[in-house]
Design a protein around this ligand. Structure first.
Ligand SMILES: [Ca+2]
Ligand SMILES: [Ca+2]
Length: 367
């Protein structure tokens, strides 16, 4: 027999006969690092659709379960695909993603944090909150709910070929009562070929993951979601003076996995938020009748803002938070206008728009 044929025969035998796997699997801990969290979603997402030997008497319970055999694939530098089959039925599918939710936060006793690579500014793309990028359409912040775009990549530094993204948001739970990210319409998931997961944890933490189904990387830049945060009501009551209260939302543990499931170098940044007393802004002229809808985005803003109204706009003015006029723009009877506020000093401003139905005022935060 030719040498190559012998080699082929051995290889075929190796592929055909499953290799004994001396390991125990905890359902949901797909990366086998000792804790079930959002990082595991990326593993199950990447292995989505693959098949392998099923476990004997499988269960989704978070108990150590003997895995009889290796699957034919392993994650780069990581465990065998058998760990991604949370429910042990021999197929990586949606049920395995749900197992992460069922067992979220559970630990096996020894936890090794997932590795990530901090990129270089100006070279690697960034995951950031509230930085302007003229893409997509956002809702207006109203009352005590603030909506902040989540940007991933920019025109200059787009994201090339990402298969999954996991990250954490940290915030002060005494100031911010809740947080939620709407990923619909974001460039990683707008084709509905992605699985989205987020989990609110006690102590001011939101852990999120977006993964493609299988090896299906996407490239893009701009908004991947819109973060809604709820500012505590009783906090507003406490803000009686002219000073604003400042708080920070931080991005942490940002892990991007590329088309080969390698970790991507990424930049991450948080956002500073000023919370102020809305009663301070009374006294501006208000119009009669029912107030038209008015959207301002992005808000907070850095450069150009877009203003949309349900009524025709006649003019738009920017006031200091004290109520003093700072700048005015004539608007040509349109329902949408873009205004360059790059030269506006950082701080909290008031944008007042005149319509035939009256004046509408919105708070505008300039970063
Ligand atoms: Ca894990
Ligand atoms: Ca499964």
């Amino acid at each position: 027999m030719h040498f190559k044929s012998v080699k082929c025969l051995i290889l075929c035998c190796l592929l055909a006969v499953p290799v004994w796997l001396q390991a125990q699997i905890y359902p949901g801990d797909a990366n086998n690092n000792g804790r079930v969290n959002n990082a595991d979603v990326l593993y199950i997402g990447y292995a989505y659709g693959t098949v392998g030997p099923a476990r004997i008497n499988p269960s989704g319970e978070f108990t150590p379960q003997d895995a009889a055999f290796f699957w034919s694939q392993s994650f780069p530098g990581g465990p065998n695909y058998a760990y991604a089959d949370a429910n042990g039925n021999g197929l990586v599918e949606v049920s395995d993603l749900f197992a992460v939710n069922n067992n979220y936060g559970l630990e096996t006793g020894s936890f090794f944090p997932e590795q990530y690579i901090i990129g270089l500014p100006g070279i690697h793309p960034a995951l950031s909150l509230g930085i302007e990028n003229p893409a997509g359409s956002l809702s207006v912040p109203q009352g005590t709910v603030l909506q902040i775009p989540v940007f991933f990549g920019s025109d200059q530094l787009p994201v090339e070929g990402i298969n999954g993204l996991a990250f954490s948001l940290n915030y002060d739970p005494d100031i911010i009562a809740g947080a939620f990210i709407d990923f619909s319409g974001g460039w990683m998931s707008q084709d509905n070929q992605a699985f989205i997961y987020q989990r609110l944890l006690p102590g001011g933490k939101l852990e999120a993951a977006v993964t493609r189904f299988g090896e299906d990387p996407v490239s893009g830049d701009g908004i991947i979601g819109v973060l809604s945060i709820v500012v505590e009501d009783n906090l507003i009551d406490l803000l009686n003076g002219p000073d604003s209260l400042h708080t920070v939302i931080e991005l942490e543990d940002v892990i991007g996995r590329d088309s080969l499931f390698h970790v991507m170098p990424l930049i991450n940044g948080g956002i500073n938020i000023s919370i102020f007393n809305p009663d301070k802004f009374v006294g501006l002229p208000a119009g009669p009748g029912k107030e038209p809808a008015l959207n301002v985005f992005p808000n907070p803003a850095t450069g150009r803002i877009w203003v949309q109204s349900s009524a025709l706009m006649l003019r738009a003015d920017i006031f200091h938070s004290s109520g003093q006029l700072y700048a005015e723009w004539p608007v040509d009877r349109t329902k949408q206008v873009s205004i360059d506020v790059a030269d506006l000093p950082p701080g909290v401003w008031l944008l007042r728009v005149e319509t035939p139905l009256g004046w509408i005022t919105r708070k505008l935060m300039k970063l």
